[in-house]
Design a protein around this ligand. Sequence first.
Ligand SMILES: Nc1ncnc2c1ncn2[C@@H]1O[C@H](COP(=O)(O)OP(=O)(O)O)[C@@H](O)[C@H]1O
Ligand SMILES: [Mg+2]
Length: 353
Amino acid sequence: MTIISDDDNKKFKHAKNEDTSSKEISYDMSFETNIRPKCFNDYIGQTGLKSTLKISIEASKKRELPLDHILFYGPPGLGKTTLASVIAAEMNSNIKITSAPSLERPRDIIGILMSLKSGDILFIDEIHRLNKISEEILYPAMEDFYLDMTTGKSQTLKSIRIPIPKFTLIGATTKAGSLSGPLRDRFGIIHRLEFYTDEELTKVIKRTAGILNIEINEEGAKSIAKRSRGTPRIANRLVKRVRDYAIVEADGLIDSKTAEKALDILQIDKFGLDNTDRSLLNIIAEKYNGGPVGIETLATALGEDVKTIEDVYEPYLVQKGFIQRTPRGRRLTPYACKCFNISDINIQQQLFD
Ligand SMILES: Nc1ncnc2c1ncn2[C@@H]1O[C@H](COP(=O)(O)OP(=O)(O)O)[C@@H](O)[C@H]1O
Ligand SMILES: [Mg+2]
């Protein structure tokens, strides 16, 4: 399997141009590459999704037909890109990795579609950001494996169909709701990635620690897992931060005591919330009496953009039961008041009405 990624190319270029940061970038890339699961066995959790995919892969191999187009959606860091590479490896296919923002001009998407070989996988990240023209080029390509091209000038304008090899498109998005209906309908398999349980994240952490030679025991891994917001990318980042702390302040071993001390210093609380999450909850509580408050207002008050709140912060806060989305805006839940000792009588009244 070969992996060609637009983003990788950019990073390499960047690394070459800027000497000072090149070490850090190549370090981060190899770190990412090493710990990224390569096959279903390494890919922890998402069990329902994995079994469905295994069946589809087997069926497609037996029928000697390409896999149906697949759409993955869910918050960042849950393993969408990783899963696309795992599928390619399990199918013994090549994968081309790109993202919608780098497919601005029609020739970008045409170029990539024409370069595919039979059975290849094309991964398009942030697919909800594809522009209308590129999207329309994709429709016949996905459905019947051809490109509709026009040649000649106005009088002699001719439309021709160019066949392309049978390929599988895997799209990923944090916002399934922003995808147009016609595009969504062309995916045969649509799946949401779920937040990981603490047990699953403990496995992710132990696996990463093993690869990076980080000394950690079961309790240490569990402590980090609990504060990783159900997200493997965050779990991996926290292991590295806690490892640094363990080397400097302890004897190198990450046990629960060391993990908890390090995470306290990083200001990540027992629910996995960081400063921004807590500010968000505080703003709803203090400035807006517990809500409801519109997302734009909330974004301005917090100094973050709406997209970041919707994609990164909110899904976990909703999943944890701290905030609710209502037609009139976001509001705190009684559960949040209990967890964060919010006893303001006005808020209590609003929420329990
Ligand atoms: N199921 C998993 N098991 C182990 N590690 C995972 C899993 N899913 C994701 N990861 C790790 O988390 C990181 C982020 O995953 P990624 O696929 O980039 O997320 P997304 O594309 O959804 O934002 C990856 O580098 C990978 O190492
Ligand atoms: Mg990704």
